[in-house]
Ligand binder design. Structure first.
Ligand code: SAH
Length: 350
């Protein structure tokens, strides 16, 4: 069955015309899915009953169930755990900033990239998400909060460039003027650095922000943290980043998770400056969020500050990521893991 919410408007019009439905009906249907954020065909009250019956019989309609919500006591961050139609679980985060509301979504169930400090990848990849399942996370949160979403970051569980075609389609749907009409500039996609896919993405010439998970300044150190670094060297990765900038004119973001005693020394800062000196970029320092399955620890506050200052002094644009929602299993994949562990042991811990 065709997953109807993953079709763009043109495709939907063709699809409906092939069933002898009028163009305006296809537009109404699209509006129900992508503007009124209907949870199913039955809500689509201005479509004729026969059409709704046909839709129900012939098309699949994804919708998420809220399995759990945790709200931070520190800020207004909310972490959602959603259940997909096949019972799999994904996490998304709702963040309120002064400049608008932001949703962080997952692109896969689990992840196969194996970054050492990350909870999402501990059990490997279960499957990739459909475009509709990515966008549903935003729709479900918009419905639940009743507020407007202005920014979307693809920084939850999964490697978005390992789900390339669905990611592109998702961006199309999200930025469509007949849908939520979110500007490309308000979308950020974060990747661990799959070089050929970055090159491909550059050719699409989108105006989205690309964030690269760098985390280390030499191939050797990067390989110890991120298996993907065995496949692509830093030189190749930074070459692809340069190409991305040339093609799109968009400033890159480099994410650098600071891990105590691993990549947070003065020498690391110096090497990072050397690597990025000629880049038009922004560095986002993320104090590592320790997961219980690994022995990594956070850097001391003074160390984090010193690292930041050194970068700044050398003209690199840098921020320390505000640690939103740390009290609610804010790190990628933590909530989903805890939920499954609790289901297995039969009790909810608080
Ligand atoms: N697969 C994508 C998006 C996933 S996570 C990527 O690798 O970029 C978003 C960011 O959070 C990445 O930079 C990731 O390396 C980082 N991250 C994951 N777990 C973390 C943890 N426990 N502490 C700090 N940063 C973490």
């Amino acid at each position: 069955m065709i997953d109807i919410k993953s079709l763009n408007l043109e495709e939907l019009i063709l699809e409906m015309e092939s069933r002898n439905e009028k163009k305006f009906r296809a537009k109404q249907l699209y509006e129900w899915m992508h503007q009124k954020l209907a949870r199913g065909f039955e809500e689509m009250s201005n479509l004729p009953k026969e059409m709704r019956t046909l839709l129900m019989e012939r098309y699949s309609y994804t919708s998420l169930k809220i399995a759990r919500v945790q709200e931070s006591k520190v800020d207004q961050t909310r972490k959602y755990l959603f259940e997909l139609s096949d019972g799999n679980l994904v996490e998304s985060v709702w963040m309120k900033y002064k400049f608008g509301n932001s949703v962080c979504i997952s692109s896969q169930v689990g992840c196969k990239m194996g970054c050492r400090f990350c909870a999402s990848t501990l059990d490997g990849l279960e499957r990739s998400l459909l475009p509709s399942e990515m966008i549903d996370q935003i729709y479900a949160i918009a419905k639940d909060t009743g507020e407007k979403v202005s920014n979307v970051v693809v920084m939850g569980t999964g490697e978005p460039l390992d789900n390339y075609d669905n990611l592109i389609r998702f961006i199309q749907l999200l930025t469509d003027e007949h849908g939520l009409n979110i500007s490309q500039r308000n979308i950020t996609v974060s990747t661990c650095g799959i070089v050929p896919e970055i090159m491909k993405l550059a050719e699409e010439k989108l105006q989205i922000t690309l964030a690269i998970s760098l985390h280390a300044t030499t191939d050797q150190k990067r390989q110890a943290l991120m298996p993907v670094a065995n496949k692509y060297s830093l030189e190749e990765l930074l070459g692809a980043c340069r190409f991305y900038f040339q093609q799109t004119g968009r400033r890159l973001t480099f994410e650098y998770s600071l891990v105590g005693g691993v990549n947070d020394t003065e020498e690391d800062a110096r090497e990072l400056i050397g690597l990025l000196r000629h880049f038009n970029c922004h560095v986002n320092l993320i104090p590592v969020n320790p997961i219980k399955e690994r022995e990594y620890v956070e850097s001391a506050n003074a160390q984090i500050q010193a690292f930041k200052n050194k970068l700044e002094k050398n003209g690199i644009n840098v921020t320390i990521r505000r640690e939103m929602g740390r009290d609610i299993d804010g790190a990628c994949g933590q909530l989903r893991r805890r939920h499954s562990e609790e289901q297995q042991s039969g009790g909810i811990r608080r």
